[in-house]
Design a protein around this ligand. Sequence first.
Ligand SMILES: C[S@@+](CC[C@H](N)C(=O)[O-])C[C@H]1O[C@@H](n2cnc3c(N)ncnc32)[C@H](O)[C@@H]1O
Length: 327
Amino acid sequence: MSGLQRSVEAFKAAGEPTRLRLLALLSAGELTVKDLTDILGQSQPRISRHLKLLADAGLVERHSEGAWAYFRLADRGQAAEIARLAVGAAGGQDQQLLADHGALVALRNAQKARANAYFSQVAESWDALRRIHVSEETVEAAILAIVGRRTFGLLLDFGTGTGRMLELLSGRYERGIGIDSSRDMLAVARSRINEAGLTKAQVRLGDVTSPDLDGESADLITIHQVLHYFDDPRTVLYGAAGALSSEGEIIVVDFAPHDLEFLRTEQAHRRLGLSEEQMAGWARAVGLEVADCKVLPPSAQAGERALTVCVWTLEKRNSESEDRHGL
Ligand SMILES: C[S@@+](CC[C@H](N)C(=O)[O-])C[C@H]1O[C@@H](n2cnc3c(N)ncnc32)[C@H](O)[C@@H]1O
């Protein structure tokens, strides 16, 4: 197919009300078919048919993850340009698109509330739970090796939970702030910080996708086992990029891609691990780049629930061409 013909096909695919609504929704981040079905109130086969047409025309990309499939706007090439053009031309003030956006926000809030309820329930037992899938010692040794002998003015720990990162890295920061949206997790973290006598550490209630830091910036941000709770991990990386000093560093610890589907139903996971390619793309989209990635496979003795963990180091990208589209 010629470039001209491909453009025509892409314009044709975008030129239909439901598909334009889908493109507008996907411009705000990755969504599953179920999310889109809920928001648009149309049947799943119908939405899937529209998504297939959009994908065939190169306007959106599909990524399967266990029983779920995520869709997102294509971010490169001619069709990606056309997708953005179509969303831009539809305008931010259209009543239908505004209503769809409102429904998306409500859906995200409901998902957040479910995750919060889960964390309230497990707050007391979290320290035991977090060891089920990984060798904590190996992961923590990798984090300490990355940090080396350096010390930091301000450390931010995103999704601090019980505050383990603040404890592990104590002595390496002048001020450490853990941010979490679960009051129950923070209650455990506070008592732990007090017991350990971590006078330079504090925790705050907050949302890591839009941290409120009064203009302060961090030299080190840790995001330990948090990103897989988000359909669109870019939103967290966006919050981190905004809170990071120009020379700062972000350490992200999360699972490599896996197929333990039950973690979605039993432990509120959204993503079944994160691939190196995904991380590179998400980082790029928010003006960051991956400086390093350490892959830590489970030990030979680990059971079938054991998972491979990746430790990524991210830095600010030295480029003006940041793509914050849709965030
Ligand atoms: C799996 S726990 C990890 C806790 C800790 N980093 C650790 O590894 O032990 C994920 C944490 O992220 C927090 N969290 C989830 N969504 C959040 C959000 N939008 N803003 C702040 N914290 C969030 C949860 O409340 C939970 O404490």
